[in-house]
Design a protein around this ligand. Structure first.
Ligand code: HEM
Length: 466
């Protein structure tokens, strides 16, 4: 009883936060913790030695803007070849090459495809009238865009396969949002893990055979998925060994597509990678790892933004009316959605030396959980931060896309998708309602701090235009 009466702010300066990124309570809804986290921007995480929570808009920005001091590579001495983890120098070259997929020209090339997709998916959503809006609308739109980006086939079965690849990658990658769950133990578990590795072996061998000899070694520049290093993040492999095979199968498909484009360019978006590859600025393994990174970073995040828009209309119907009366407000609405419902609530950095951050001494190699979602609700940056205010003038200062050298490369594409999707849906919608007996189900089983939906059951009433 006494504990309940204690005000939130009485935590002492050195006491760990009550915020455990792995707890079910936090996974279901982290937001109630944010005001307290922002008041104490750096604090150790209870139960997870060497992990620190970093909150507050200024402090999170400071870390993101200094990649030399705060490295994206979680493990010292190991350069995982994933763009969002890379050190400044290799990152600059790789990002410069991959940027070819996100130029204004590439976005213009993608726009008719996105328009066709949003029309088709909105027709299906409204025709259904009731159902899981993620499966019917929010998931297929960004999935088809990523398929188009890489020249992936776009039939429904192909998109379902791409969805499985994306889901597997998110579950397996180093949990970029925190420590990750401890590995399960026992003989049966070990046996399952061994079977997972054995199942991945044939596609690994096929992939190796199709890569030039000098590139093969780079494929294995990942931490041992079975090893656990105390105080460092854990991979999802021990929990999902059977998914490892899917990552390699995805890469095999991407390699096959890229090789076909090398032989016969088709003036598609993926062809933009041919010149940097031919100039030697991009290796095949880097193309494969970037494709995986783009799938992980660009699919569910965008889908959850679309889902959050529909959920918002159900909770605050006046928002739908406002956008119908003034469609030019859609952009501000999207920025405010990204601020309040940041699809990636956290990301990870490692200190490269002992230092003091926001008055707290941190050792070298400390793992910092950057609370993007909390920074977006910092009262020192945003007035009445919990209030959804689509005409907030500084909403774009949110950190939903990060900041600094790793700032989201797909931010403009995500904004474009959301803008086109809402421009299609809003005028055609009379009302959106939650279903009393079938509430939205939040993503609670992916450790990277994803804020979104596994299911979003809704009733949608179509607007009859005169
Ligand atoms: C609303 C949708 C999206 C959100 C909220 C989002 C969020 C983020 C964030 C927070 C980062 C920085 C992570 C860090 O610094 O640790 C990031 C990086 C990245 N995002 Fe996004 N993203 C979205 C959409 C996309 C899309 C559509 C794509 C591509 C199709 C994409 C591709 C990437 C890539 C490749 C990176 C790594 C960039 C680098 O390290 O230079 N993202 N994203």
């Amino acid at each position: 009883m006494q504990a309940q009466l204690r005000p939130e702010s009485t935590a002492t300066k050195d006491a760990p936060a009550a915020f455990d990124p792995l707890s079910m309570e936090v996974r279901r809804c982290p937001h109630p913790h944010y005001a307290e986290l922002n008041r104490r921007p750096v604090q150790p995480v209870a139960g997870h030695p060497n992990f620190y929570l970093v909150s507050g808009h200024d402090t999170v920005s400071e870390v993101l803007m200094d990649p030399e001091t705060y490295d994206g590579q979680p493990f010292p001495g190991q350069d995982v070849p994933i763009m969002s983890a890379m050190r400044p120098e290799p990152h600059k070259r790789l990002r410069g090459a991959i940027q070819a997929l996100f130029t204004n020209q590439a976005l213009s090339q993608l726009t008719p495809h996105i328009e066709t997709q949003v029309r088709r998916r909105t027709d299906a959503l409204l025709a259904a009238g009731q159902g899981d809006a993620m499966a019917l609308w929010a998931n297929p739109i960004p999935l088809s865009v990523i398929a188009r980006l890489f020249g992936f086939p776009e039939g429904e079965a192909d998109l379902a396969r791409l969805h499985r690849y994306g889901d597997a990658a998110i579950r397996l990658v180093i949990p970029l949002g925190g420590p990750g769950l401890p590995a399960p133990r026992g003989l049966a578990v070990r046996w399952r893990q061994l079977r997972g590795l054995l199942a991945a072996l044939p596609p690994v061998l096929r992939l190796m055979r199709r890569l030039p000899a000098h590139e093969r070694k780079a494929l294995f520049n990942f931490p041992n998925p079975m090893a656990e290093l105390a105080g460092y993040p854990r991979t999802g492999f021990p929990h999902h060994p059977e998914l490892a095979r899917l990552i390699i199968e995805f890469q095999l498909e991407v390699l096959g597509i890229f090789r076909a484009h090398l032989d016969r360019p088709r003036n598609e978006v993926v062809d933009a990678l041919l010149p940097p590859y031919r100039r030697g600025e991009l290796s095949l393994v880097e193309i494969l790892s970037s494709a995986l990174q783009i799938l992980v970073a660009g699919y569910e995040t965008t889908a959850n933004t679309l889902g959050a828009a529909l959920h918002r209309f159900a909770l605050e119907p006046e928002r739908l009316r406002e956008l119908q009366a003034a469609p030019e407000k859609i952009e501000g609405f999207i920025e405010e959605l990204l601020r309040i419902d940041a699809p990636l609530q956290r990301t990870l950095r490692r200190t490269t030396r002992a230092l003091t951050l926001a008055g707290v001494a941190l050792p070298e190699n400390a793992q910092l959980i950057l609370m993007l979602g909390a920074a977006n609700l910092d009262a020192a940056r945003f007035d009445c931060p919990e209030r959804f205010d689509p005409i907030r003038t500084n909403a774009r200062r949110h950190l939903a896309f990060g900041r600094g050298i790793h700032m989201c490369i797909g931010a403009q594409l995500a904004r474009l998708e959301a803008r086109l999707a809402l421009a299609e849906l809003v005028p055609r919608l009379q009302a959106v309602e939650l279903l009393a007996d079938d509430p939205p189900q939040r993503v609670i089983d992916k450790d990277i701090g994803m804020w979104g939906y596994t299911r979003l059951p809704l009733r949608l009433i179509e607007r009859r235009l005169p």
